[in-house]
Design a protein around this ligand. Structure first.
Ligand code: PRP
Ligand code: URA
Length: 216
């Protein structure tokens, strides 16, 4: 993707590519049915993970083409996908295609709709991870930031080298909270939306991502 299709500001990379934006528009539409929503969510996930992986470490390697020797690269990071349940599973599905050797650690968080606090209900992380790990936290919605912070915190505690947060849509409130708590964590998103409403939903957003992906 060209420089014009990406804007990077204060640790936030916004993927403005028309393919990504047209897919996001279908996700925003309340009339988009579940089957199309899933398919478009997978497509957007591909674009965002591709961009989030842009600065993965690599090492040079030689290869023989049918015509002769060529130089290339192989990825050298220990890559971890951390989908935040439930909605992050859709990004994980796309990410596994792009990063087939990635390890996957699921993080179960449920947002209490009254208090908007993220309540942890599942995680099984190892006691140590290789320091050269790059972790992609996958969650389509960055709203208050509570879920993202809880997920990031798990991996910061394990002292991994790099953490990226991949979201479809981010609210300014959530971005600010994550950037303040973890300035080292780069956020990759398709949109910075206007604000949160009084129920903690992103405006205009796309509604409840988990419900729309799983048809619940
Ligand atoms: C949604 C969404 C994020 C979280 C964002 O999850 O998928 O994980 O809310 O909100 P926050 O930034 O204010 O924490 P939800 O708790 O509804 O769970 P679900 O994915 O299982 O539907
Ligand atoms: N979770 C969602 O799924 N959507 C929002 O707008 C906010 C939190």
């Amino acid at each position: 993707m060209s420089a014009q299709t990406i804007s990077t500001n204060l640790g936030v990379k916004v993927v403005n590519h028309p393919l990504a934006q047209s897919v996001l528009t279908r996700l925003r539409d309340y009339q988009t049915p579940t089957s199309e929503f899933r398919q478009k969510a997978l497509q957007l996930s591909h674009f965002l993970v591709y961009e989030a992986a842009a600065d993965l470490s690599s090492r040079q390697t030689g290869v023989e083409t049918p015509i002769g020797p060529a130089m290339g690269i192989t990825l050298s990071d220990y890559i971890i996908l951390a989908p935040v349940l439930r909605a992050g599973l859709i990004i994980s599905e796309a990410a596994q295609k792009l990063l087939p050797n990635a390890r996957i650690y699921h993080v179960g968080l449920r947002r209490d709709e009254q208090t908007l606090q993220a309540i942890p209900y599942y995680s099984r992380l190892p006691e140590v991870l290789p320091v050269e790990s790059t972790v992609f936290i996958l969650d389509p919605m960055l709203a208050t930031g509570g879920s993202a912070i809880a997920a990031i915190d798990l991996f910061v505690g394990l002292k991994v080298k790099t953490i990226r947060l991949v979201s479809f849509v981010a609210a300014p409130e959530g971005i600010e909270k994550v950037r303040r708590a973890f300035p080292q964590v780069k956020i990759v998103t398709a949109s910075i939306d206007a604000q949160l409403n009084e129920h903690g939903y992103i405006v205009p957003g796309l509604g409840d991502a988990g419900d729309r992906i799983f048809g619940t």
